[in-house]
Design a protein around this ligand. Structure first.
Ligand code: ADP
Ligand code: MG
Length: 376
């Protein structure tokens, strides 16, 4: 079975490792950090992501390669791809690294996105605001994640603060979408182009960080709408591996917020609640193996642990709770674990979810009330 090289040794790489070991795969993770949390699942090649020689060394150690984050420098990805198959395709990686380019491609494919303008000067910003109106969201084109590198402009007083914070970078100004809900579609496409979609997840964010994902919470019509959009993106890139689309839902229509050329936080529920997890299917796809089924086997709600872990012992007493500790040190704002609560039916899921939220505390009780049917 394959030796898999992963650029990045974070929790996504770690969960790939956890899914791949039973398939008989072996892993080498390239990561600059000595304590990369994926390293427990394989070998660690400690090197910077822009170290081209290290990317070539990785290629020499494996049969196939992938990445667990989208900011892999272009030159490293290309150096690796010259020597060994790299999935998802570097072209998709490049497109997802720039919010402006990403929206340009989606628009070219006829897919709706938030109206937007490129901003590289104060003049551009004022012009964009004039066109889009208030509120709007100013974001860095590159390297933003978990809500970092973006500011909502609600009134003229926010302008100076936003420009001070972001003005040194190339930016994009987006219309603020007063969405009814956020959701995401995770799909996998094999090298033979066979494609499978997991059910849409409903996502709740707090200060730009994903906190809750409720699996399979939308009707077949919306699922079909999301799959049509996904299909055209997968075809455009001649994609192989897992791809995620984040959506805003407004008036029954989906707008793509962003895409991620990788396994995604909103798909973690698939480990415990789907026939095959996103991690396993990603590995099957890149190794040229047949794909597994993607249907939900039960109701699932994922809780993200940010900054610190709640009391595992108390939470594990809740029936249907599955614990995932990434083995990372605590730091404010850092994703260090998650739990997925599963249940055979929605009523039972809601009942147990109230207990999880109460025990986990913090913002969880209030955030959970944003899930239809979950308010106590
Ligand atoms: N144009 C927008 N309108 C409304 N909310 C937005 C907009 N852009 C971002 N957000 C909110 O901020 C969150 C994070 O933004 P996103 O663009 O997905 O960046 P990141 O790469 O940090 O996930 C979104 O999930 C959404 O809740
Ligand atoms: Mg996002």
């Amino acid at each position: 079975m394959s030796r898999v090289g992963v650029l990045g040794g974070g929790q996504l790489g770690r969960m790939m490792g956890l899914a791949g070991l039973p398939l008989g795969m072996e892993f080498v993770f390239l990561d600059p950090s000595r304590d990369a949390c994926a390293a427990q699942l394989g070998e660690l090649l400690q090197a910077g992501f822009s170290d081209i020689e290290a990317a070539r060394t990785l290629a020499g150690m494996v049969d196939v390669a992938t990445f667990d984050f989208e900011n892999v420098p272009r030159d490293s990805a290309h150096a690796l791809a010259e020597l060994k198959p790299l999935f998802p395709p570097p072209m998709a990686l490049g497109a997802c690294q720039d919010r402006l380019e990403e929206k340009r491609i989606l628009t070219e494919l006829g897919i709706s996105v938030a109206p937007n303008y490129a901003v590289s000067s104060r003049t551009d910003l004022l012009y964009g605001l004039d066109q889009l109106g208030w509120p709007s969201v100013l974001k860095t084109r590159r390297l933003g994640y978990d809500g970092k590198g973006q500011v909502v402009l609600r009134d003229p007083e926010d302008l100076e603060r936003a420009w001070q914070a972001l003005g040194d970078d190339e930016l994009i100004l987006e219309k603020f979408i007063p969405f009814e809900a956020e959701c995401s579609l995770v799909a996998v496409r094999g090298q033979d182009r066979e494609t499978r979609y997991w059910p849409l997840a409903r996502n709740v964010h707090h200060e730009g960080i994903l906190m809750l994902s409720l699996a399979d919470d939308f009707d077949a019509e919306l699922q079909a709408q999301a799959e049509v959009i996904m299909q055209s993106v997968l075809d455009y890139f001649d994609y192989a591996g897992v791809l995620t689309l984040e959506f805003f839902l407004q008036d029954g229509q989906l707008l793509v917020n962003e895409m991620a050329p990788r396994v995604h936080n909103s798909g973690h529920w698939t480990i415990d609640g789907a026939e095959t997890s996103q991690f396993e299917n990603h590995l099957r796809a890149i190794a040229g193996l047949p794909l597994g089924g993607t249907s939900a086997t039960r109701q699932s709600l994922m809780f993200n642990w940010i900054g610190k872990l709640p009391d595992a012992e108390k939470l594990l007493s809740i029936p249907g709770l599955h614990w995932h500790d990434y083995g990372k040190s605590s730091r404010p704002g850092r994703k260090i674990g998650h739990a997925t609560l599963t249940h055979a039916n929605r009523a039972g899921l809601i009942e147990q979810a109230q207990r999880v939220a109460a025990l986990a505390g913090g913002h969880f009780p209030a955030l959970m009330r944003q899930l239809p049917g979950f308010s106590a």
